[in-house]
Design a binder for this molecule. Sequence first.
Ligand SMILES: [Zn+2]
Length: 80
Amino acid sequence: MGFCISCGQQHQDGIRFCRFCGNQQPGEQLLARLLQEAEHIHYLRLQAQALAQQQLLQQQQQQQQQQQYSQNQYNQQPRW
Ligand SMILES: [Zn+2]
């Protein structure tokens, strides 16, 4: 069972036109394509999130390295 994309009435799967409002219904190919697009968008979003986390981690690591570096410099100063 599916629902009309126009009027929302329930109808059988596989019909091309809604028997309530006459609107053309998306075919299986179109539905498959939409599903594919949705998965692709989901994947892109996950990738973007992973990238943002990676960048944040790199920034934190760089800050830690800079702190360590300045501490080393302090330790390496000659003592009189
Ligand atoms: Zn309809």
